[in-house]
Write a protein that binds this ligand. Structure first.
Ligand code: ZN
Length: 652
């Protein structure tokens, strides 16, 4: 972004570079590297229907074996080196989980298709420091040397060959990403991956090299924008730290609050820095929260943030340690909820990211009863298949003795848990769920652009998602079909006009004018907003809307309108269009009506947001130019997003 343009350059919900008006299927035409991903494989193209027919082989194999692996199934990453990542018999992250885990995966039809090999140094060095690699190598050769850089500690004991073992975990996730980027597969699942705590120069939380972050930066190197979803009970601090200033990586972590659990981070106000401000989202749960608050939070944040961000690829971490039976943490999530979450990730990948999805495992310390089922359910989500009700008897029998010996007797009879994993819902759990739901409201307030948040709250628009042909998220407002290739024309001056719902039948929306990312979603939202009483002023060139200003009567204050968005398509910025749109919106407000505005980190062009300072400076000038006066920010807003601007326009 060129600094020094006019105030409409980074306005409220503004966007940057326009190429053309693209339809939902063409949303990946943005960057040169992206198109290449499609070329090798028709299944990696935009036709989601192609991908959702994974069960077709069943037609002739049914009755012989319960499941048959098909070419469309997720690539399962596992090999001899996977079990070498071993901190010893006393450590909770045990390779013992691979026994029952891989066995159960095979029972559901998953066969390993990629054996991890150590990532080369140049890959590890994209995130880790040379002196750290040197240290890991020293411990790898001589595990007896004194603790250094977190290695040799109780959490991260040294062991012979640890560089190669940890390097292979990293290599597995990077190779999984390369298989997806190359179009070889649409989905890949690396159960041994997910070492999300590792830091650039520190072993941390059982993690030596940060394989999910390395997979993320591998996709970034190909020019792709990445949505990283972390479902582990512990905050995904390493991935967040390694991408904190990068607007091209949206990290979304669901975890038990850092007030109670390692790594003591992951609070709402960790929102990213600089250009990355707004691209880090954290949902911390109160201890003892169960699926009653966990799953609704995943359902509320994941699809909507994906709609806003418009990722090219999804990376997800499916730690199994949020489970009610996990010995190291205090949430009470079930495999049922985790399976639903995995299906949401799959559906999100298909709707917004062309299906490109790399899943990893993560934590999980009930190695026999919980981890294998979460691995199998994650893989099945990517295979677009539901599990049988019962776990295979042969699997239960094979591992029952070892599980009993390991301290967790009683192999589970079903893939999906009973409600609350068969435990009573205590008063404390109910209180925790209520508290976590309140946290969710705060997260939505800072993480979602105001237009999108109000659209959901007022029932104007909300994304719909389907998985394996089933509606799994029932939204509001049908995504509009947007003609491809209707390029916006620079140079000509758009005309300013009030937009009515009926006008939308004949109008296109330029990408990145306002949130959400996809113009079809944007048109559906606008239609809902107009039918719901919003006022919309548009800058229109031909039949393309290239600028928008949106306001609606305040939900909480009589005689006040809320400013929901001011946005201009990238090619039309710098000509005072944002200022003109806001002026027209202000001039058209009803008599004796004041206006209020709130601008936080979520109001940004997700592709090219510019620095937070620059965004705030531009927003201040835009608001001041329209007569708004900045107001003190209430402490409850400031604690979650200290950069928030609150402004008011006196009634006129
Ligand atoms: Zn899928």
């Amino acid at each position: 972004m060129v600094v020094g343009r006019e105030e409409d350059e980074v306005g409220v919900g503004e966007r940057v570079t326009v190429r053309d008006v693209r339809g939902p299927g063409a949303q990946l035409g943005l960057e040169p590297g992206v198109g290449k991903v499609h070329e090798g494989d028709a299944a990696a193209g935009s036709d989601a229907q192609l991908v959702e027919t994974g069960g077709r082989v069943d037609a002739f194999h049914r009755g012989i074996v319960p499941y048959v692996s098909t070419p469309d199934d997720p690539l399962l990453v596992f090999g001899p080196r996977s079990i070498a990542y071993d901190f010893g018999p006393e450590h909770p992250l045990t390779p013992k989980r691979f026994g029952p885990g891989m066995d159960l995966l095979r029972h559901v039809g998953a066969e390993p298709g990629l054996a991890p090999e150590p990532a080369p140094d140049d890959i590890l060095l994209t995130l880790h420091l040379p002196e750290y690699l040197a240290a890991v190598r020293r411990f790898s050769v001589d595990p007896s040397i004194p603790e250094e850089m977190g290695i040799g500690s109780a959490d991260n004991p040294s062991f012979a060959g640890m560089h190669e073992a940890a390097g292979a975990v990293a290599g597995g996730s990077v190779a999984a990403m390369e298989a997806v980027l190359g179009g070889r597969v649409l989905h890949a699942h690396h159960p041994g991956g997910g070492l999300h705590h590792a830091m650039p120069a520190k072993a941390w939380g059982f993690c030596i090299y940060n394989d999910p972050a390395l997979a993320v930066v591998r996709a970034r190197a190909a020019g792709l924008r990445v949505l990283y979803v972390d479902l582990d009970v512990h905050h995904g601090d390493g991935v967040q730290a390694m991408t904190y200033g990068d607007p091209g990586v949206l990290t979304l972590s669901f975890h038990e609050s850092g007030r109670f659990l390692f790594p003591q981070t992951g609070f709402i106000d960790e929102l990213g820095v600089g250009d990355g401000a707004g691209a880090s989202v954290n949902m911390p749960f109160e201890p003892f929260s169960g699926e009653a608050s966990w799953l609704p939070a995943v359902r509320a944040l994941l699809p909507t943030l994906a709609a806003v961000f418009g990722p090219d690829v999804v990376v997800s971490q499916h730690g199994a340690d949020a489970h009610a039976w996990d010995p190291l943490a205090h949430l009470r999530v079930t495999t049922t909820a985790m399976a639903d979450a995995a299906r949401l990730v799959d559906a999100v990948a298909h709707l917004w990211a062309g299906g490109r999805w790399v899943a990893t495992g993560g934590g999980g310390y009930d190695a026999y009863r919980v981890v294998p089922r979460v691995w199998a359910l994650t893989w099945l989500a990517g295979a677009h298949r539901s599990p049988e009700a019962a776990t295979p008897p042969a699997w239960r029998e094979r591992w029952a003795d070892e599980a009993g010996h390991f301290g967790t007797p009683g192999m589970p009879a079903t893939f999906l848990d009973e409600p609350n994993a068969g435990q009573p819902v205590t008063g404390g759990q109910k209180a925790a769920d209520i508290a976590s739901s309140a946290v969710l409201a705060r997260v939505r307030a800072v993480a979602l652009p105001r237009l999108v948040r109000e659209a959901e709250d007022r029932g104007w628009w909300r994304p719909s998602l389907s998985w394996a042909g089933l509606e799994i998220l029932t939204g509001v407002g049908e995504r509009a079909a947007v003609a491809e290739g209707a390029a916006t024309v620079g140079g000509a001056a758009p005309t300013m006009r009030t937009i009515a719902a009926a006008d939308l039948d004949n109008l296109l929306l330029a990408p990145r004018t306002v949130a959400p990312f996809d113009p079809g979603d944007g048109l559906a939202l606008l239609r809902g907003a107009l039918l719901g009483g919003a006022r919309v002023v548009g800058a229109v060139l031909g039949d393309v809307v290239v600028g928008l200003a949106v306001a609606v009567r305040s939900a909480s204050e009589a005689g006040v309108e809320s400013l929901l968005a001011v946005g201009v398509a990238p090619a039309f910025r710098g000509d005072g269009l944002g200022r003109a749109l806001l002026a027209a919106l202000v001039a058209g407000r009803p008599a004796h009506t004041a206006m209020e505005a709130r601008v936080g980190v979520a109001e940004r062009d997700v592709v090219d947001p510019g620095s937070l300072d620059r965004r705030l400076e531009v927003a201040r000038r835009l608001l001041a130019g329209a007569g708004f006066v900045l107001r003190p920010v209430s402490p409850d807003i400031a604690r979650d997003d200290p950069s928030t601007l609150v402004a008011r326009l006196a009634e006129g």
